[in-house]
Design a protein around this ligand. Sequence first.
Ligand code: ADP
Ligand code: ADP
Ligand code: ZN
Length: 214
Amino acid sequence: MFVLLFGPPGSGKGTQALALAERLGVPHVATGDIFRKHLREGTELGRRVRAYMDRGALVPDLVTCDLVGSRLSEPDAARGVLFDGFPRSVPQLYWLIGHLGASARTLAAVVNLQVPDDAILARITGRRTCTNCGATYHTVSAPPLPDGSCSRCGAAVVQRKDDVEDVVRDRLVAYGAQTFPCLAELRDRLPVHDLSGEGGIDEVQRRIFASLAL
Ligand code: ADP
Ligand code: ADP
Ligand code: ZN
């Protein structure tokens, strides 16, 4: 089952994706997490995408689709994946439909998390991210351990370079201009569950599970 998790930056996709992927029994594929791993490891791909990510712009479609194509060819992705942050543009969406179509695999559903811009800014400027496992925290609502380390793996937890207000605003503009139009295209093809991403993390999780009858 291929499920897409949509929503603006900071809407809670990464937070919700872990439990949802586990329940669906498919891997969680977050393009942002994969790009950040390349940045950390200083790979050739990391060097190509850094400037886009730092300024809150989308990485070019060809680079992104290539990356997703190779991830989908891994054996654990054969039965489906939970996409988080992909597709993020209409060309990426059409690439995905074409790519899955060729292998007779299809998209099952979209979960679209809706959170107003002011709440997003508060969430994302307080976000802290583990440098090792990618777990996310929040200075107020979900703090890391008192010594500032990750409660899952013990590594250091830091603020992402693109989680500062100026860059967040640019990311929200990119979301509206490039990602949001995907939703209209998707509505013609499969169930799109528009859910409020506000309220507690557990409450949002219950909403998501209920919408997918899990
Ligand atoms: P968030 O979780 O806040 O929405 P992500 O971790 O998903 O942020 O993405 C961080 C950055 O990585 C984006 O601003 C963009 O530069 C790049 N990125 C991630 N996914 C994509 C994608 N599907 N297409 C293009 N760029 C992407
Ligand atoms: P995304 O992957 O969509 O960019 P995240 O899952 O990383 O978003 O969440 C962004 C920030 O908001 C993180 O600091 C996270 O701890 C916090 N957060 C996530 N869900 C909620 C929620 N329901 N209520 C309050 N804060 C939340
Ligand atoms: Zn960690």
